[in-house]
Design a protein around this ligand. Structure first.
Ligand SMILES: [Zn+2]
Ligand SMILES: [Zn+2]
Length: 581
């Protein structure tokens, strides 16, 4: 598996050489910088290159033309002088040469066909035979070395695969992803908006999107009550002292909105997480081992000051409501509780038709001890407990070094949407650190005071990101229980409208979100509109239907369910809503 990825990276980096060679043939004044393989493809950055996406096909043609003569990548060892001479007119390459030689690295050039580039190596063996199935995808601006202080370069993104089939499958998936983009669908289906006047990254839920949000929240409230959670509500702002106790201040300060200074002489912050508030509620009264576990849940609204360049639709925002909870338990209960948390994830995901997901265990980077709090034994124990819990489940897990929180390792659920995109939705932790910092306690069987273990969990992440995911996962065609409009009644002529309205009333009374399309439009146009709005059921009503006290039912997928009487329609919809199919 690793080898396969390495081969793919070599292939794609080789393709970046080919891209640079083609660009240099077409625009000799361009200055080359770097061209690495990345996830799903590669890029190459150029200075002094003014092109548009319309130029990409021309570059691809040139790449195919050049590839024929590239029978290998020939390694040429050079000394510093030789390297500098080869790139005398390119300040970017000269900067790299200076750095590599300062670090005592060997300098190597690679020659393929007539093209030579400064490179550390890692190429495919037979470029002429292997560099065939590639596609240039887009152009973007990128700062040299990612710093705003540097020049803005032109980045060309592309991808490359070993076979034509893999390339075509990937391109088809990209096309599908474009159609499913939650920003595009969010607008078309009137689910949410983001307004410059309100502020970047701050979501306004429109009436239809709010239905989806509230349905999910209702479901979660009922479910978590059954799973032993108690609900609490906490405020959106808090005195700074609480975050000094948690350690978020000063370390997390850059990710928080700046404080408000009040007349009482205190700084108040918008809360970036709900944990400290829940800890205060736990602390509100003495706790005994008999009270544990205590599970406190809240759809808590938090604010984080994400960099504006990082903001992305519903996926990365500055204000969000988390499906949050904290479980306070004894050390002996921790593994069992964590297993239950993972089972709750499975329960939610299965109900939503999310069948593919995996875990990512984020550990600390041992070379960066200064970034983390707590002692070695604590980190080791937290990790062991989480591993023990995961071992009881049947969910694949990968490990990531360096992604841990500052106070402990964590496990993320990464879920895969129906079009194969992956999203980190939910973060979970067995936390052996914060309990001590907040002075949380319970009295054990022997009458001794103990610190509870805290489990942080949010199976559905935040409303914002999760609904963003669901929009893409369903391509906007929500299952009936989530659909903002569940049925649209289409009267064939003006004279059928009154009966349609009458039925709508009846359906509303039965908890079914029904609308009537009473516009003076042809029936075909109304059906088209309902289909575009992805309304699950359309009920067509004319003389025949009114006579039979029924509706001709059609689904958004275009399936004709023939005429049903009102009673059948109601029970069909009620049943599908209740079972969340
Ligand atoms: Zn290379
Ligand atoms: Zn938490």
């Amino acid at each position: 598996m690793e080898n396969k990825q390495e081969n793919l990276d070599h292939l794609r980096h080789s393709c970046a050489h080919l891209l640079a060679a083609a660009v240099m043939e077409l625009w000799p004044q361009a200055k080359r910088t770097i061209g690495p393989a990345i996830e799903n493809g590669f890029y190459y950055d150029f200075d002094n290159l003014k092109i548009s996406e319309d130029d990409l096909p021309k570059i691809e043609v040139k790449m195919h033309e050049l590839a024929v003569s590239w029978n290998k990548f020939e390694k040429i060892d050079v000394n510093r002088q030789e390297a500098k001479k080869a790139f005398a007119d390119n300040p970017y390459k000269l900067e790299l040469i200076g750095e590599f030689s300062a670090k005592g690295e060997n300098l190597t050039l690679y020659k393929s066909g007539n093209y030579i580039d400064l490179c550390r190596g890692g190429h495919c063996e037979h470029p002429d035979r292997q560099l065939k199935y590639f596609k240039l995808l887009s152009i973007a601006g990128a700062y040299w070395r990612g710093s705003e202080k540097n020049a803005m370069l032109t980045r060309i993104y592309g991808t490359c695969f070993p076979t034509e089939k893999e390339l075509n499958d990937y391109l088809a998936q990209l096309e599908e992803a474009k159609k499913h983009d939650h920003r595009k669908l969010g607008k078309e289906l009137e689910l949410f908006m983001i307004s410059e006047e309100v502020g970047q990254g701050l979501v306004l839920w429109l009436p239809k999107g709010n239905i989806v949000k509230e349905e999910i929240e209702q479901w979660v409230k009922v479910t978590e009550k059954q799973w032993g959670y108690q609900r609490v509500t906490t405020p959106n702002i808090t005195k700074s002292g609480l975050y000094y106790t948690s350690g978020h201040l000063p370390y997390y300060k850059n990710d928080m909105y700046p404080p408000m200074m009040l007349e009482d002489g205190n700084e108040y912050y918008l809360k970036p997480m709900n944990c400290p508030h829940h800890h205060m509620i736990y602390k509100n009264k003495p706790r005994s081992y008999r009270d544990l576990p205590v599970r406190l849940a809240e759809y808590g609204t938090c604010y984080r000051y994400e960099a504006s360049g990082e903001l992305f639709g519903l996926m990365r925002v500055r204000g969000f409501s988390q499906n949050d909870a904290h479980i306070y338990c004894s050390l002996e209960q921790a593994v069992g509780e964590f297993v239950q948390v993972m089972k709750l994830h499975e329960y939610y995901y299965k109900a939503l038709g999310i069948t593919k997901y995996h875990l990512e265990l984020a550990l600390r980077d041992p070379t960066k001890a200064e970034k983390y709090h707590g002692d070695e034994a604590m980190w080791k124990l937290a990790e062991d407990l989480m591993r023990k819990a995961v071992a009881k489940m049947d969910i694949p897990m990968v490990e990531e070094i360096g992604n841990a929180a500052f106070y402990g390792p964590k496990i993320d659920f990464i879920i895969h949407s129906s079009i194969g995109r992956q999203f980190a939705i939910s973060t979970n932790q067995i936390d052996l650190y914060m309990g001590k910092r907040f002075g949380l306690a319970y009295v054990d069987k022997e009458g001794k005071e103990q610190t509870p273990v805290i489990i942080h969990r949010a199976p559905l992440g935040s409303h914002e990101r999760f609904i963003g995911f669901l929009i893409e996962h369903y391509g906007g065609a929500f299952p009936l229980w989530l659909a903002p409009i569940q049925m649209i009644i289409i009267p064939i002529a003006e004279r059928h409208t009154a009966s349609a309205r009458h039925l709508q009333e009846d359906l509303l009374q039965n908890g079914i979100r029904a609308e009537v399309d009473g516009r003076n439009e042809p029936m075909g146009a109304k059906i088209r509109n309902a289909t575009l709005q992805k309304v699950p059921y359309m009920g067509i009503m004319g003389d025949k239907e009114i006579e039979a006290k029924g509706l001709s039912i059609r689904t958004r997928a275009g399936v004709d369910l023939k005429m049903m009487n009102f009673h059948e329609v109601k029970s069909l919809l009620r049943d599908e809503i209740e079972t969340k199919r």
